[in-house]
Design a protein. Sequence first.
Length: 164
Amino acid sequence: MNTKHVARLALLTTIALILFTVEAQLPPLVPIPGVKLGLANIVTVYAMFRYGPRDALLILLARVFLGSVFAGAMMAFLFSLCGGLLCWLIMIPLRRILTEKQIWVCGVIGAVFHNIGQIIVCVGIYRTTAVLVYLPVLMLSGILTGLFTGFAAYFLLKWLNGRL
């Protein structure tokens, strides 16, 4: 990895952290716990398509760890990490079959799998499957928020088009 590439990844990680921090300060969109836009995922989806899985993973891991440290929410670290990794894993094959014009699909499917990852952690921590009742709500929110982040990543990719 050359210096210029490391600087790009650091910049993208910083942008993802800023988006994460700003979103944490916003009032909830809906009065349902855990439902948020996932603005930092815009950077992950962008990085997956622009730079590839390895770089997207580095950005994701740095953002999840540093975001949890800055927010002082280490319990949220487990939820973010598991959700983020499952999202990242599903984006790898999607990157191979989707074009850049279809990147928004990656945003939707990634958000849904992020929510599935969070439910898996919740089942593990609370040792009950009762939380699965919450899954349909998270799936719907994942589809809607994933559309937003997916289209935002598409427009970012189109706008930057090799500038970064």
